[in-house]
Design a protein around this ligand. Structure first.
Ligand code: APR
Length: 386
């Protein structure tokens, strides 16, 4: 069975698909979002939370920022700790002088779903796409959905990416060889800023989310089972790596969630062809070390919305022809900085001469960041920029 053709079929209701859907509706392009999970799962998934100024501008200009402007918090500083001490970078006064807005991704997703429905859009939850070919999406259960275009916004394991790579599109990949135990706790932030702690036992991170929920990260070996990490062990290890004996205690609370994140990055060599175009993680996965994933997804969704609008409403395909090139230069810029952050935060394993060399470089880089104004400007511009 086939349902009537729409302008754009969007696979996936994450930040990429939902921003794209909202922008298309606003520009008068009809679309349909297919999402394999149910609404509660999509709206309850705690993930990123740091919105770059560029993302806030896109969301504001498109009437999608009421929640984040009302409830988001502005962050302009971040803090580094190591055995050399602690320093704070006031990146809001460095580089381009711009802040982050901290707004939990699940709240943004909730806002985007509500606004998309208010604009008259249709989302099918519990609708899993199995394959996409030439504008036709085959759904689990046998129905086909067709669009003049299909937007694969279905994440890095999605069918959009699979369809493109099956036709020869290459994927450039990097494995950072590092994993993080990502822990969400029911406790207020312990620091007024994002905290990055470098430690011989591995990296630890502190990221504010809301007044009562905080995200922590603990670097741990690949393959670690989160079940091995009891609440006690988590708090003890965080205290050690964040050097609470020296800098003061963390505000503890119940662990709400603990998952292992392998730090991997990849980028497709092109972001679409013909009737299939990708945005967000489906086009490229970026390690979380510089909080760029959701911001890249929003950037791509906005570019793709403009290109699809031109193609569908004015028969002008130049935007689609330029879409990949425009996005890829910014995607690679973000990857370059994310990679830089990753080597700053993670020292090599082991105790041999090579590891000793790598660790000393890591600390030299940190020291340069502490003392060099031009290094700080570079950091600030790239930390908040996309
Ligand atoms: N059919 C329908 N829906 C699917 C399918 C499928 N076959 N496969 C995946 N999905 C849905 C997922 O359930 C998910 O809701 O696609 C959505 C993809 O959303 P995300 O994974 O959030 O990806 P994206 O929108 O690209 O967001 C990118 O947000 O959380 C941050 O940093 C994170 O980089 C990530 C960024």
């Amino acid at each position: 069975m086939t349902t009537a053709q729409v302008g754009v079929v969007i696979v996936g209701a994450g930040p990429a698909g939902l921003v794209l859907g909202n922008l298309l509706l606003d520009r008068g392009v009809d679309c349909l979002i297919l999402e394999r999970r149910d609404r509660a799962a999509v709206e309850g998934r705690a993930r990123a939370g740091f919105l770059a100024p560029h993302s806030v501008r896109i969301l504001t200009e498109n009437g999608l920022a009421a929640g984040l402007l009302a409830r988001g918090q502005t962050h302009t500083t971040c803090l580094f700790r190591s055995d050399q001490g602690e320093f704070t970078l006031d990146y809001g006064k460095l580089g381009l002088g711009e802040p982050h807005t901290v707004y939990p991704q699940q709240e943004l997703v909730r806002d985007l779903v509500a606004e998309y429905l208010r604009r008259g859009g249709e989302i099918r939850f519990g609708a899993e796409a199995e394959e996409v070919t030439d504008g036709r999406v085959r759904m689990r259960g046998g129905t086909d959905v067709t669009g003049r275009y299909v937007a694969g916004c279905d994440g890095h394991r999605g069918i959009g990416r699979a369809a493109l790579t099956a036709h020869g599109t290459r994927t450039a990949r990097w494995d950072h060889g590092v994993s993080w135990l990502a822990v969400l706790v029911a406790a207020p932030p312990s620091l007024s800023a994002v905290g990055y702690a470098l430690h011989e036992r591995g990296f630890a991170g502190h990221m504010a989310r809301t007044a009562s929920v905080t995200r922590y990260y603990l670097q741990c070996p690949r393959g670690t089972d989160p079940a091995e990490w009891s609440e006690d062990r988590i708090w003890t290890e965080l205290a050690t790596r964040m050097r609470t004996a020296e800098f003061g205690p963390l505000r503890e609370g119940a662990v709400l969630e603990k998952t292992l994140v392998d730090l991997r990055s990849d980028v497709l060599e092109t972001l679409g062809a013909g009737r299939l175009w990708l945005a967000g993680d489906s086009a490229g996965l970026i390690s979380p070390s510089a909080a760029k994933g959701a911001n890249l997804a929003i950037l791509q969704a906005e570019s793709l919305a403009r290109a699809l609008e031109a193609a569908l409403l004015r028969g002008d395909g130049t935007g689609l022809a330029r879409y990949a090139g425009d996005c890829l230069s910014r995607i690679w810029h973000a990857h370059e900085f994310s990679q830089w952050m990753s080597t700053l935060l993670h020292g090599p394993d082991g105790d041999d001469d090579t590891a000793c060399y790598g660790r000393s470089l890591q600390y030299a880089r940190l020291e340069s960041l502490r003392t060099s104004r031009s290094h700080q400007d570079f950091f600030a511009e790239n930390y908040t920029g996309i």
